[in-house]
Ligand binder design. Structure first.
Ligand SMILES: NC(=O)CC[C@H](N)C(=O)O
Length: 307
């Protein structure tokens, strides 16, 4: 495993075309795209990593996985009255379907749906308490008390988040927000501003792995369902392509991180800040494709011997 990760990191770091970083969040715009890290937390407790696996990055939409788990813990299946479970086929911040579908976002991994998840785990408490609970969840999953929120990234996004404010107001106009738009947006932007290294993110992802000794933070049924949604919706309008190329559930963020789950084997985190046209990490996606190919890992079966 170590030599495989070293190889994959070397290939990614030698790529002259890492994509371009998200520039709409000013704090993220200045990050050097020529960075790549990968970490694998295996079900047996071993952790392997290579490249810039110890560099903290903004997890952005990868946080939507933790937010959904927390929201389900708070309100249970009630959340499915307010958000769907279908891929949207549109970019992460699109408002298009909200009008046609009466303010019910397609899924909890696009921004509109994630705002509903944030509103659900807020559930009457103050943003500070709700974010404390989110951090407790992530820290417990990773077994790492150092994981924190980068206030500058949160502030930068709140200042420039006109689209997300529009989405939230739109949801509110349909009665699909309980807390105020300001509270939901403030909480959401802080949630996106959680910072982790690849190593921390792989460890945090273990709650989605089906094996003994993994952090049991959600029920078996929820774990399977969250994985299913990652497979179908975790990469926005690039979800089909990621499933085709990698064959494992994953959730991306515009910070360039991707959390991938091999359901009974491992949680894998890759990070490279340059993005492809869907807003998902370019080198991260390519590296995961190579990783899946070389390990033979896929949720669609094991490679069989030729002949
Ligand atoms: N795709 C993403 O990572 C988007 C998250 C980002 N915080 C936003 O809301 O725009």
């Amino acid at each position: 495993m170590q030599s495989l990760l070293d190889e994959i990191a070397a290939e990614a770091l030698a790529d002259p075309n890492p994509g371009s970083v998200a520039s709409y969040i000013p704090e993220l715009a200045g990050i050097d795209p020529h960075q790549f890290g990968i970490a694998v937390a295996l079900a047996n407790g071993e952790v392997y990593s290579a490249g810039h696996a110890e560099v903290p990055f903004s997890i952005q939409s990868v946080s939507k996985v933790f937010a959904l788990a927390l929201a389900l813990g708070r309100v249970g299946d009630q959340i499915w009255r307010r958000v769907g479970r279908e891929p949207s086929g549109l970019s992460f911040d699109s408002i298009l379907l909200l009008e046609r579908e009466d303010g019910i976002p397609r899924n909890p991994f696009i921004n509109a749906g994630a705002l509903v998840a944030t509103d659900s785990y807020l559930a009457g408490s103050q943003p500070r308490e709700a974010l404390g609970e989110l951090l407790r969840f992530i820290r417990a999953a990773a077994d790492d008390e150092r994981i924190h929120i980068n206030e500058r990234v949160a502030a930068s996004e709140i200042e420039t988040g006109h689209r997300n404010f529009s989405l939230a107001h739109y949801l509110a106009s349909y009665g699909n927000l309980q807390a105020s738009v300001e509270k939901v947006l403030g909480t959401y932007c802080h949630q996106c501003a959680v910072e982790m290294t690849c190593r921390q993110l792989a460890l945090a992802g273990r709650f989605l792995v089906d094996a003994p000794r993994m952090p049991g933070l959600v029920s078996v049924e929820r774990r399977r369902r969250i994985n299913a949604l990652m497979m179908t919706c975790g990469h926005y309008d690039g979800s089909g392509d990621f499933a085709f190329r990698v064959g494992m559930p994953g959730k991306s963020g515009v910070g360039g991180g991707i959390l991938v789950i091999s359901p009974s084997r491992a949680a894998i985190a890759v990070w490279s800040p340059g993005l492809n046209r869907y807003g998902n990490s370019k080198l991260g996606t390519e590296a995961m494709e190579r990783f899946a190919h070389r390990t033979g890992w896929s949720v669609f079966g094991v490679p069989h011997r030729e002949g």
